[in-house]
Design a protein around this ligand. Sequence first.
Ligand code: ADQ
Length: 471
Amino acid sequence: MTDFEGTATNGPRLVVISNRVADLRKTTQTGGLAVGLADAVKERGGVWFGWSGRKLKEPGQPKVDRIGKVMQISVALRPEDYAAYYIGYANSVLWPLFHYRLDLVDFRQPFHDGYRRVNEKFAETILPFLKPDDIIWVHDYHLIPLAAELRRRGCRQRIGFFLHIPFPPPDLLAAAPDHDWLVGCLFEYDLIGFQTEADLGNFRRYAKEQAGAMVGKDSSLEAAGHSFRAGAFPIGIDVDHFAEMASRASEEVAIDELRRKVLGRRQIIGVDRLDYSKGLPDRFKAFGRLLEQHPEIHKKVTLLQIAPSSRQEVQSYADIKEELAGLSGSINGRFADFNWTPIRYIQRNVPREKLAALFRASQVGFVTPLRDGMNLVAKEFVAAQDINDPGVLVLSQFAGAAEEMAEALIVNPYDIDDMAENLFRALQMPLKERQRRQKALIARIRKQDARAWLGSFLSALEGLRVTDAAA
Ligand code: ADQ
């Protein structure tokens, strides 16, 4: 136990649980969950619990830190648990499965067992810190069984779950040998949040068709003896903060921009975690096709792709890294000149301030995931633009963000020609049209920003009476 209270500014105390606890002192988080949630939790206060990122043979006691208004509790994992739970079940089963990549799913029983073990351990560790009127908000695919484990230990608090990644159609999900157990675990939450209406629709279809769920009073769902709610809560960013960062001068970026202006050269930018779901090889190919079809723009455009490695222990991640190095090499080899490198490919994390300045200094944001829960980069690109001369967003129809961002140039990320044509269109787009699109997009992402996301999820969860939640 600890003396820290973890103060919340209003309402019941909020306990956030996610696989990793974000480093709240850092401004260069990579990964959408950390970015989206850190700002919100820092402001409201409460408790944040998760894995410390350390692997230890003897994990020992949880570590408790106080950072501003947040009490942060973290635990280490045993190496074998990390391998089975994180590398195995979470990232070799659930991640590919939920991103519609059955070809990459590597289901093994020890992965499933390790996943359950770590969720049990998480439940045991956080239990002594909980107070009866806390509200608990669990995040993402790593922790689907956590509510069930907490309930088994007598926890009656309201528990919500938010899935940051897509929820696949029932037929696809059924390919996982333990799909009924997995979705049954979701039913133990009081509120289940998805990024989009499409994901919510997939979940509701599964619940009704495969698990016999009934629609109860107030459109709640009832299945396997549980009553729960499900909704779409599209995640957003702190638009004003990002816009402000983008407009602050970065000397380094300004010099690079000036150099490009002198050369009459425009920049297309892509920023992603290096992940096969982000559609990077096809993105490079589309840029190659643009150069092939439009020799007149040679030396007039570059693609800046920032993509730091992630999950390197998973083979499919190592494969994509190699594929991209090959592709950028061959496109540059084919088109480059002594004073022009068509693709600049950077495999490092970039501080957020610099990223914001780079977005603002780019004429096209190229965001083409094959499947994505939301994709915050699309929103950050728009937030960073100058309304006097805004850039154009080229966005995949399979990013959750496409549901809200219809004024972007929407492309099919599997169709290289479609992407190449839309890049060309973006580069030619007249100022008036760019401004019209930018105005509509910025208004929408401002309405659905990080604060609105947090507020709408938490008020839906808080709105459930404790007796409903415990029923
Ligand atoms: P991610 O798959 O990590 O998140 P995304 O939503 O694009 O994807 O968020 C990435 C975040 O990391 C952005 O804020 C971006 O600026 C930052 N980032 C990426 N590369 C970086 C780099 N090189 N340096 C610094 N920062 C970098 C998951 C889901 C998404 C969902 C989010 C939030 O896969 O679909 O939108 O969670 O719910």
